[in-house]
Design a protein around this ligand. Structure first.
Ligand code: AMP
Length: 589
């Protein structure tokens, strides 16, 4: 491990040791900087922030400033977007806004992005890289095969730059610094990352990845979905890639954007030897259903690094299939609003990973959540947790679940992130979190309450049955159909490979029976919820859904398939693409 790496780990150890003090100090710094902004003035009035010590400030803050949702801050963010320059959320004017992906409803949300956002991104990248290189050292001046994509940036009528947070980061000085400081360079030039056309970028990432095959030290993307998606498309385009490698050319049909063509062609040189080798490997891999594709084509790669937790879990088995015996390292925990925690133990399997909170990045509060007893009379409750009052980081308890609340340097105050986490332990005095799910309930018809996590387990149970066939689940989503009585759940599946109808009937029955929520079970037994319906959609449907998101401003790097949707545009795509449907026979007396 280099000096620089041990320095940054030392820095984090010290911050974690004094986590409580770091938190009050972080809050003090945020308030000192921004107390004159309109939003804070509204709640804190003319309190002399300077005169209060850190812990008095902490109690004042919690009692005077209310918990907020994005909707509460939106009017201020809209005024910023419209060009108002008076201090609204922060003292310094905000010139950039980020599009948060809005994972539950698929509706884009703008949040402020400042220099602090890129600086903390660089900081956590370096910290995580230091932990990884302790376990899996990489060679200096190597390459990283990164499936990263910027979306287009635009200006609001008030002249504010808007784009996704990843787009701002890839365009920042800090992103260049990250490459220099970690001494690892991404395979693709900036023109590829920011082409704005994910298909063209993906082709170039793969082509350049092959070009630099021997130098690639690891394979990565923000979310695991993008790695899986890239290799699925590799299975279709590998012959063209080999032709381009052989001749030093770039397919004129796959890549048409002049700047991207110029930048990629500058790098490529005819390499018939490499092309023949890759071709032979691909022919062999095709026979093995592409098992172990990554180590076969990138023999010096040490690991695959990506977010594999939460809504990415369903892609894990396909990722392992491509990764063969290569380590899978689950990446860190953050959001467009703020980075939260780092994975300090790269060796832990993706389903066991925890994130140690970085106490200097934002001021974190935690709303204690208790799961409700499944009270069937409780028809009006739309959430399955009871909340207690928020507690500061220093008071969280091991084994308990919380919703995260953020106060950031970028102008969000007591902002409910909507993520549920469990405290699984501590690194020194900072909590280690296990990501549980997004807070919002996703599937509900009446008294039933099922979260994203519940749905994931049910789909995992159902798709287990496909293991005995040659088919596999590509992606899924769901919808609570209350248009007809009784309402019922619809689960949409896209499958690759052939499977007999009776097997799908069995999958459908298995999923219906696998919901453990008492509200659902009781409702199914008395038929106040109808039989679960499994709809099989044609190949490529989920790609269309992703493209629909991208057409609406999301970036592929940030994309997460919505696991439940009532969005009419998505439902239209899903229903047009449905080729078969099945109704469950579970609970049929
Ligand atoms: P975005 O709005 O696109 O920035 O997405 C942020 C959200 O992605 C978070 O609030 C989480 O719900 C999810 N997320 C981010 N990092 C992780 C992680 N390491 N594990 C699970 N979910 C994550």
């Amino acid at each position: 491990m280099s000096c620089r790496e041990s320095d940054i780990i030392g820095w984090f150890d010290a911050a974690a040791e004094s986590a409580a003090g770091q938190q009050t100090e972080t809050l003090r710094r945020i308030l000192l900087r921004n107390h004159a902004a309109e939003y804070l003035k509204k709640w804190l009035g003319d309190v002399d922030v300077q005169s209060l010590d850190a812990s008095a400030l902490e109690s004042l803050f919690a009692s005077a400033v209310p918990l907020a949702s994005h909707a509460d801050l939106e009017p201020y963010i809209r005024r910023i977007a419209d060009g108002e320059t008076t201090p609204l959320l922060t003292q310094e004017p905000i010139t950039t806004l980020s599009l948060s992906s809005g994972t539950t409803e698929g509706r884009p949300k703008y949040v402020p992005f400042t220099r602090h956002s890129s600086e903390t991104t660089l900081q956590i990248f370096k910290l995580a890289a230091a932990y990884r290189s302790r376990m899996y050292p990489t060679r200096e001046k190597g390459r990283v095969l990164e499936f990263i994509y910027s979306s287009k940036r635009s200006k609001t009528k008030g002249g504010i730059t808007v784009g996704t947070a990843t787009t701002h980061v890839y365009a920042s000085e800090e992103f260049k610094m990250k490459q220099h400081e970690t001494k690892l360079y991404t395979c693709s030039p900036q023109e590829v990352i920011s082409s704005g056309d994910y298909k063209q970028s993906a082709y170039c990432h793969l082509l350049l990845g092959i070009h630099y095959a021997k130098e690639v030290e690891y394979v990565t993307s923000t979310f695991a979905y993008s790695v899986v998606q890239a290799f699925r498309s590799f299975q279709e385009v590998w012959r063209e890639i080999c032709n381009d490698i052989r001749d030093g050319t770039l397919s004129p049909t796959r890549v048409t954007i002049p700047d991207v063509r110029r930048a990629v062609l500058e790098v490529l040189r005819p390499n018939p030897g490499l092309a023949s080798k890759v071709e032979a490997k691909c022919q062999d891999l095709e026979r093995r259903d592409w098992m172990g594709l990554i180590p076969e084509l990138w023999p010096n790669a040490k690991y695959v690094y990506s977010i594999m937790t939460g809504s990415m879990q369903p892609y894990l088995s396909k990722l392992s299939h491509y990764a063969g015996n290569l380590a899978l390292i689950s990446a860190d925990y953050g959001s467009t609003e703020s980075w939260i925690g780092v994975n300090m133990e790269p060796c832990s399997p993706p389903d066991k990973v925890t994130f140690a909170v970085i106490p200097t990045f934002s001021y974190f509060e935690f709303i204690p959540l208790r799961r409700q007893s499944h009270d069937t009379d409780d028809c009006h409750n739309t959430d399955d947790f009871v909340e207690d009052d928020p507690v500061p980081l220093s008071q969280v308890k091991m084994g308990k679940e919380y919703e995260i609340v953020l106060t950031t340097f970028t102008g969000l105050y007591r902002y409910r992130l909507g993520d549920v986490v469990e405290v699984t332990g501590f690194h020194r005095n900072t909590p280690k979190l296990n990501f549980i799910c997004r807070r919002k309930l996703i599937l509900t018809v009446n008294i039933d309450k099922n979260t994203e996590k519940d749905l994931q387990s049910v789909v995992a149970r159902g798709s287990q049955i496909l293991r005995n066939t040659r088919a596999e689940l590509v992606d899924f989503t769901s919808h609570a159909d209350i248009g007809r009585q009784p309402g019922h759940y619809i689960i949409y599946w896209e499958i690759e490979g052939e499977v007999e109808e009776h097997v799908l009937e069995e999958c459908c029955r298995e999923m219906d029976a696998a919901f453990v929520d008492q509200g659902y079970i009781v409702s199914r037994k008395c038929n106040s919820i109808g039989p679960l319906e499994l709809r099989i959609v044609e190949k490529g449907t989920f790609k269309k859904i992703m493209e629909n998101f991208i057409a609406n401003g999301a970036a592929l790097s940030q994309f997460k398939t919505p696991r439940c949707t009532s969005n009419p545009a998505l439902l239209r795509i899903l229903n047009i693409c449905t080729i078969k449907n099945f109704h469950s026979t579970a609970y049929a007396s």
